[in-house]
Design a protein around this ligand. Structure first.
Ligand code: UDX
Length: 450
């Protein structure tokens, strides 16, 4: 049993703490927010993540997981300290490292025994070296320590399963012995472990997220072209995905990427390039394409309905993606604001994100279910592809609307079916401009040789 301290109880920190304790380690999770720590001590999760509450409860009861606001308590006898605090976007997209620096100073002042400091937060290349300098210069007396970079690749909504079944673990350090010890901690996860230097590990995280964001902007650009030429982006993506070099993942066209990672990380990588005099052409295009997605909803609704002033529009979904209540950089916020600026009354329903969304969109009327939200609406917009929206009683919805217009920002419905039900329906990249699709992905027959 190893003793671990995890600093920061946000998405990454709390999942890391809960999962390492579930693997049999003794974990103390620390946060400077008394409110969060007291809540956790009462069993209240500061975030919504499927399975997290049960996992925390189980490991607290087993005595493997505890919470504190005290650095001396968290560091006492601890061999590993994970940093998992936020690195928001600062001015120009540069990552704001205030929280990381504060943690490094506190650890330096309070550590009493040799420590391996492992950074999980997404930080600019070179931050590991900088953390080491801060720790050395703030220690009241020299206590040996090493810095290891171990970037996280967790997706919100499936963070626990992603932690327990990683595709790989990346460990960067200039101290092979420390990297080896951190590798041992990750062995039970049975995934390839790559040992590299600090800066390369930090870069792998940015390059991975930027590549995934590029895939999304690429498919969105193709969707725009499909729309003009009468092709169906969903089928195009399926057809492309059979090529193993391309793969079927991250090819869903729609409202583009949001959340706490992709927008911030692509911006930060572009900033790092520009700061060194490089012109990050591709990254700039990725961001530009993504920025266009949200205003396109308003344009489409205007094409479908004309002047929107005085209309009521209902948003199906608010969180930036399904299975989370996270509203960070969620398209719903921009879409609601833009609609309101056009004199539209906006309503919304989301299975879990309404209380997180309410303070961010005070003018939006939250509904208790999708059916009451749709009643009397002039249009609906699918903003988040929650599974339950795929199984709605669409006839009931259509009958209760003032005008049955639906813009499908995540392409969850089939155009022909929706038109058959009497909806004035549009999605992203689904063969408009006078062309009618005569095919449906689900009904495609793929012939395989016997
Ligand atoms: C992402 C990375 O996947 C994860 O490895 C990293 O550690 C943190 O950032 P997350 O932000 O939780 O995780 O969500 P993800 O499921 O990757 O989706 C990101 C965004 O891209 C969402 O807004 C989603 O709606 C959008 N997306 C994703 C698309 O628009 N199309 C796709 O095909 C896939």
């Amino acid at each position: 049993m190893k003793q671990i301290c995890v600093i920061g109880v946000g998405y990454v920190g709390l999942v890391t703490a809960a999962c390492f304790s579930d693997l049999g380690n003794r974990v103390i999770a620390l946060d400077i927010s008394e409110e969060r720590i007291n809540g956790l001590k009462r069993g209240e999760m500061p975030i919504y993540e499927p399975g997290l509450e049960e996992l925390v409860e189980r490991n607290v009861s087993a005595g493997r997981l505890s919470f504190t606001t005290s650095y001396p308590e968290a560091l006492d006898g601890t061999e590993f300290a994970f940093i998992a605090v936020g690195t928001p976007s600062g001015v120009d997209g540069e990552a704001d490292l205030r929280h990381v620096a504060a943690v490094a100073r506190s650890v330096a002042k309070q550590m009493q025994n040799p420590l391996i400091i492992i950074n999980k937060s997404t930080v600019p290349v070179g931050t590991g070296d900088w953390v080491a300098e801060i720790v050395s210069s703030h220690q009241p007396r020299p206590v040996p320590f090493s810095v290891v970079s171990c970037p996280e690749f967790l997706r919100e909504g499936s963070a626990i399963s992603d932690f327990m079944n990683p595709h790989r673990t990346i460990l960067g350090s200039l101290d092979p012995e420390a990297a080896e010890k951190v590798a041992q901690l990750h062995l039970p996860l049975r995934a390839p472990i790559m040992l590299t230097d600090l800066r390369t590990a930090e870069m792998i995280k940015y390059a991975s997220n930027a590549f995934l964001a590029t895939k999304i902007s690429f498919i969105n650009e193709i969707a725009n072209i499909c729309e003009e030429l009468g092709a169906d982006i969903k089928e195009v993506a399926v057809g492309m995905g059979y090529d193993k070099r391309i793969g079927p993942f991250f090819l869903d066209a729609g409202l583009g990427y949001g959340g706490s990672c992709f927008p911030k990380d692509v911006k930060a990588l572009a900033y790092m390039a520009a700061d060194k005099g490089r012109h990050p052409q591709l990254l700039n295009a990725v961001m530009e394409i993504n920025d266009d997605r949200r205003p396109m909803v308003i344009q489409r609704l205007q094409e479908m309905l004309g002047d929107l002033n005085g209309y009521t529009v209902g948003l199906l979904g608010l969180s930036f993606k399904p299975n989370t209540d996270d509203m960070r950089d969620a398209p719903a916020i921009d879409i609601a604001e833009a609609l309101q600026a056009y004199g539209v009354k906006v309503r919304a329903f989301d299975p879990v994100a309404m209380s997180a969304a309410e303070p961010l969109m005070p003018e939006v009327e939250m509904s208790s279910n999708p059916y009451s939200m749709a009643e009397g609406c002039d249009a609906l917009v699918v903003v988040t592809e929650w599974n339950e929206f795929k199984h709605l009683d669409l006839k009931r919805i259509r009958d209760s609307m003032k005008q049955p217009a639906l813009f499908d920002g995540r392409n969850i419905y089939e155009p022909e079916k929706m038109r058959g039900l009497g909806f004035n329906y549009r999605g992203f990249g689904r063969g408009y401009n006078g062309h009618t699709l005569n095919n449906k992905v689900e009904e495609d027959v793929i012939f395989t040789p016997t």
